[in-house]
Each structure stands twice: as structure tokens, then as C-alpha cells.
Design a protein. Structure first.
Ligand SMILES: Nc1ncnc2c1ncn2[C@@H]1O[C@H](COP(=O)(O)OP(=O)(O)OP(=O)(O)O)[C@@H](O)[C@H]1O
Ligand SMILES: [Mg+2]
Lengths: 300, 290
């Protein structure tokens, strides 16, 4: 890891290379298109052409003067699963945390470049981080339900904590828990404390909590790393189902998992994006030797 | 087992022996100092119980003092007065101290936080009679009137550092993953505090408040020229008010045997109140941080 001084001007830098990686997958004109929210188009999501939900454009981010991510650019396709892989410490968590501006809650974190959500820069100043985080939900590596709240209140936390009320709370709770494949297990103990669930259940509760506010995008940072194989399988199944309505970005250390759940994969190495493309292609015919070394287990 | 190394081992070198002796001496010294630490508390509580219990009955706890010369009477007014003053102090100190503690724990502004923390620590070291003087100049002189309000204010100043620092401590114990989870749901910082952090630190904050309460309830000096004391049952914030420590002091220095007995009983009540508060606070905080 060679530390590189951060550019002093924040936000937008190095526009030159911006379009290159993006063009790998989809033509640039898509960027300006108005995107439909999934509530508006419940029919046959697989048939319609998918736009680009998010664009990461020359993103450089780090802590203090230490640049962890350098000039990363890639698109996130609407209603697909994008996997982010790479050796430990390469900046995967930093990358996903930049997508909902959770990176900046760390003191002396810095970020420059652009991240577009539906064509608009989330660092552009017009979008409040609070509004952004409702649209871009997050599931953490370690299940973190609120221990002082009941299961039900945990699901509703995204509403309550933003001072809003869901139109039909019971409906929201049931719907979110069903989408997180947890309803049957907890429907009789919605009043139990959030801390009383097993690890796998707790993680699904966290997924339900994130889904309850109907986000467009769900960021998952190694969501299965604290879980056993059965709970992991359930969550993977769940990711599959969710992908028809939500755009998912998932960080994983598990190559098989990336191959199983994702359509596109980004390989990060020492803060740089080495390769991005369709998962099948990246795993069978990696174009960069470093990618090949990583996926064949030669390092990382 | 009793036949230990002395008899069974080969002869011990002089150096080893002197080391053994040093070890034994040291052990006894530690034991002795532990006992010396426990002794005052045990002695005080013992004396207070032995001498206070005879005068302590229901009547003593509930009735008002009798005029000099008449026997009987009690300290009901002072018990209520102490509760009134200490609760009044909390009423001022909690709304200031809890947010201050939350601020200190957040590390948002390290420089300002460091200054506030230093001030709190210094304030908790300021002699309580000086705090009383301060309240006297601020709230007694301008109104030309001793008052419960001035007493409560003085107690609030004394309670403030305890509340702020314990709140800081227990808020720090709330895992940052909770804060992150809430922020990632789009919660603004103040809601994270009110709806996530404080509820899970609630027990600890309460313990701090109870500790501050019992600290305030036991103070005498800051009340001497603020709340001043009273022979009657008063509840007006603008009137002088009785307090247990003041009654204790006045009765103890009086020439009457009857009052001496009552002073011991008042001491027993006060010590029990303060001790109970401390024990509750200790138990609650150790449960938390376990
Ligand atoms: N709060 C922080 N302050 C300073 N440096 C940090 C901080 N968090 C992470 N880093 C550094 O940033 C780099 C990338 O961290 P990041 O968490 O993004 O890696 P990662 O790819 O998610 O690793 P892992 O797979 O182990 O989770 C690491 O070198 C790490 O030391
Ligand atoms: Mg990580």
C-alpha cells in the first residue's frame, strides 16, 4: 500500500479517464436518462432494459492524507447485483461507504470525484445525506439490530429515526420481514427484543430494516461473514429475489458467493479498480493477471 | 498440605529466605492497609447506627421539631427539604449535564471537548463552600432572601460534573456500530442520540444521576448560606428551607442532650440515604459495563 497525497481540491478531479471504465458496460447516454423507481413499474422487471442506477466517477477517497481508493470509476446497473471483491484492506468497504456518504462520518475522512445516483451527483450539494441514505440502504458485516428496540421497532427504525411515519406500519413490518425471508420465524414475537434473535435472523432483520424504507439501492458489506453456511445460503437466496426490485452492491471475500449472486463484478486491488465486467467473464477469462492471481487464490 | 516447603525442600539460600520474608511482610502490609481503608466506614456506620437508632422512629421521620424544652419532635421537614433541594438541583443539573456528557462522548470538537472536560474535573474539585458563596452572591444577595432556589442551584453546580462525566462514560460504552446503523438509516445526529444512544445508555445515565443526587443530598456547606434551614415545613422555592445536614449541624452543636440524640438519628437517616444512592449507582454501572 503506497500512500499517495490526496489532491487538495475536493470533489471533482481528473475528468479525463472518467468515461473509460463506464463505457465498458453501457453507453454514456444512459446517464442522463430519468430512471423509474421500482414501485412505478412492478411488471416484468427482467424484460425491460436496465439503466445505470449509480455511476462512480473518478472516486478518490481516504483517511487524512492516506488515499485508500484511487480514481475508481464504475457503473452500477439498475436491479442487478454488483459484487466488489479484492484482498483485505484494498478499500472495498471504503468504496461502498462512499455510495451512501457513510464514509464521511469518520473524522478526517476525505473524498473527491463524483458518485451519481440516477444521474445526479450525491456529493453535489443538492442531496441531503439523510435523504440519500433512505434511498441507498446499507447492511453491515456484523448484524447490528438495535438491542433496546423490539423486532417490530427495529423494522420501523428507518422511519422512526427520520421522524416519519409509515402509512400502514403493520403492513410495512410484514412486507419488509417477508422480503427478508424472516416473517415466518418472527411473526409471533414481533415484541421480542431485537437482541434475542440468532445471528442469521439478526442479519435478516437488518436487511428487513433496510428494506422497510423502500430503498432503490442496497449496499451489503460482507453480509454473510458472521453467518454459518445455512444462514449464508438463505441470505444469498434472498439477494437473488431482491435483485428483481432493488439494485444491490455486495462486498464479499467469498469468490463462490460473488460468482453465485452477482451479474457484474469489480475487482479492487490496493485501492485501484483493476477489472470490472460481467461476473461470468471475469471469473472465467480475467483480462488482468492480478485478477487471475486473486481469483485462483494466489494472493489475498 | 500444612507441611509446606519449609520442611520438605532442601535448605534455602539466605537470599531466597530474605525474599520470602520480604514477601510475607509486604502481604501483611497490604492486608493491614485494606483493613485501614474499611475501618473508617465500618466505624462511622457502626457509631451512627448505635447512637442514632434509639431516637429513630416513625414519629422522628414524619413530625416537625418541637420548641426547645419539649421532648419529641422530628425532622420530617428536613427530610422533605433535602429531597426538595436535591431534586431541584437535578432539575437544573440534568438538562445541562446529560447533553454535555453526550457532547463529550461524541468527540465532535476535540479542543472544546477537552476544555469542557477539564472544567468539569476542576469544578468537581472546587470546595463546596466556595460553590455556596457563589450561589449566595448570585441568588441570595440580589433577592435579599435565603431561598430553596439558591440552595438547589448550589447543589446543581456540585452535581453537574458527576452527571456530565458519568454520562460521557456510559455513552462511550454504546458500540459505535449502533450509531453507524442509525446513521445509515438516514437518522440525523440528534435523533441517533435521543432514540438509540441514550436509551441503550439509559441505565448508566440514571446511575450517574442517582450518584449526583446522593452527593448533593449530603452536602452541608453550600446550603448554609443559601437554603439556610428552617424550623417549618416549607415548599416555596423563594423561602428558606430545612435540610438534613443543616439540622444535623445545628442539633449537634446545641447544648441539649435531646437534640444530640436527634442529631445522631438525623445522621443515620442521611448516611442511609447517601449510601443507598451510592450503592444503587454502583450496582447499576457495574451491571452495564460487564
Ligand atoms: N477509520 C479509518 N481510519 C484510517 N484508515 C482506515 C480506516 N478505515 C479503514 N482504513 C484503511 O483503509 C484501507 C481500506 O480499508 P477498507 O475497510 O476499505 O478495506 P476492505 O477492502 O473493506 O478490507 P476488508 O476486506 O478487510 O474489510 C485499509 O488500509 C485500512 O487500514
Ligand atoms: Mg471491509
Amino acid at each position: 500500500m503506497n500512500p499517495m497525497p490526496m489532491p487538495t481540491e475536493t470533489r471533482r478531479i481528473a475528468t479525463g479517464a472518467a468515461g473509460r471504465d463506464v463505457a465498458l458496460v453501457a453507453p454514456r447516454p444512459h446517464l442522463g436518462m430519468p430512471f423509474q423507481r421500482d414501485e412505478d413499474s412492478p411488471t416484468a422487471p427482467d424484460k425491460e432494459p436496465r439503466g445505470i442506477k449509480m455511476v462512480i466517477d473518478s472516486l478518490t477517497a481516504g483517511y487524512g492524507s492516506h488515499a485508500v481508493l484511487r480514481n475508481v470509476s464504475l457503473p452500477v446497473i439498475e436491479r442487478t447485483v454488483t459484487a466488489v471483491i479484492g484482498p483485505s484492506g484494498c478499500g472495498k468497504s471504503t468504496l461502498v461507504r462512499c455510495l451512501n456518504r457513510m464514509h464521511e462520518i469518520i473524522p478526517n475522512a476525505c473524498v473527491s470525484g463524483r458518485v451519481l445516483l440516477d444521474g445526479r451527483d450525491i456529493y453535489g450539494g443538492h442531496l441531503d445525506p439523510i435523504e440519500l441514505r433512505r434511498r441507498v440502504g446499507m447492511v453491515f458485516q456484523k448484524p447490528n439490530p438495535f438491542p433496546t428496540m423490539t423486532v417490530r421497532d427495529n423494522v420501523l427504525a428507518g422511519w422512526r429515526l427520520t421522524g416519519t411515519r409509515p402509512p400502514n406500519a403493520d403492513g410495512v413490518v410484514e412486507d419488509a420481514l417477508r422480503r427478508a425471508a424472516l416473517w415466518d420465524e418472527v411473526k409471533d414475537r414481533l415484541k421480542a427484543p431485537g437482541a434475542s434473535l440468532s445471528g442469521g435472523q439478526a442479519q435478516r432483520l437488518c436487511i428487513a430494516r433496510a428494506l422497510a424504507v423502500r430503498p432503490d439501492v442496497l449496499l451489503m458489506d460482507e453480509p454473510c461473514s458472521a453467518l454459518d453456511p445455512i444462514a449464508t445460503a438463505r441470505i444469498e437466496e434472498l439477494i437473488h429475489e431482491l435483485a428483481s426490485s432493488v439494485t444491490i452492491v455486495i462486498v464479499t471475500h467469498n469468490m463462490q458467493q460473488a460468482a453465485r449472486v452477482s451479474e457484474n463484478t469489480a475487482f479492487l486491488y490496493m485501492g485501484e479498480l483493476i477489472e470490472f465486467g460481467a461476473t461470468a467473464g471475469l471469473f472465467t477469462r480475467p483480462s488482468d493477471p492480478r485478477t487471475e492471481d486473486y481469483i485462483t487464490g494466489r494472493f489475498g | 498440605m500444612i507441611v509446606n516447603n519449609v520442611g520438605l525442600l532442601p535448605p534455602i539460600s539466605p537470599r531466597l529466605r530474605s525474599r520470602r520474608i520480604a514477601d510475607r511482610v509486604f502481604r501483611w502490609a497490604v492486608m493491614a492497609s485494606v483493613l485501614l481503608v474499611l475501618l473508617p466506614l465500618v466505624a462511622i456506620m457502626g457509631t451512627v447506627i448505635v447512637r442514632g437508632a434509639p431516637a429513630l422512629d416513625w414519629n422522628f421521620l414524619t413530625s416537625l421539631p418541637k420548641p426547645v424544652g419539649e421532648t419529641g419532635g422530628g425532622v420530617g421537614h428536613a427530610i422533605l427539604g433535602t429531597l426538595f433541594l436535591a431534586l431541584g438541583g437535578l432539575l437544573i443539573a440534568v438538562p445541562v449535564g446529560v447533553p454535555a456528557g453526550v457532547f463529550l462522548a461524541s468527540d465532535r470538537m476535540p479542543r472544546l471537548g477537552g476544555t469542557v472536560r477539564l472544567c468539569a474535573d476542576v469544578l468537581s474539585g472546587v470546595p463546596s463552600i466556595v460553590v455556596g458563596m457563589f450561589a449566595y452572591t448570585l441568588l441570595v444577595l440580589p433577592f435579599k432572601q435565603f431561598s430553596a432556589m439558591a440552595g438547589a442551584f448550589a447543589l446543581a453546580v456540585i452535581m453537574l460534573p458527576t452527571i456530565a462525566r458519568t454520562t460521557e462514560e456510559v455513552v462511550r460504552l454504546v458500540p459505535s456500530t449502533m450509531t453507524e446503523a442509525a446513521l445509515a438509516l438516514g437518522a440525523p445526529r440528534w435523533r441517533v442520540m435521543m432514540q438509540v444512544v441514550l436509551p441503550s445508555a439509559g441505565k448508566g445515565v440514571a446511575a450517574g444521576v442517582i450518584a449526583a443526587f446522593s452527593r448533593g443530598a449530603g452536602e452541608t456547606a453550600p446550603l448554609m448560606f443559601t437554603a439556610f434551614g428552617s424550623q417549618f415545613l416549607t415548599t416555596s422555592p423563594m423561602q428558606p428551607i430545612a435540610a438534613l445536614p443543616l439540622v444535623l449541624f445545628n442539633y449537634a452543636v446545641s447544648p441539649y442532650d435531646d437534640w444530640h440524640a436527634q442529631a445522631w438519628a438525623a445522621a443515620l437517616v442521611l448516611a442511609t440515604l447517601v449510601l443507598a444512592g451510592n450503592v444503587i449507582a454502583k450496582v447499576a454501572t457495574t451491571r452495564r459495563s460487564r
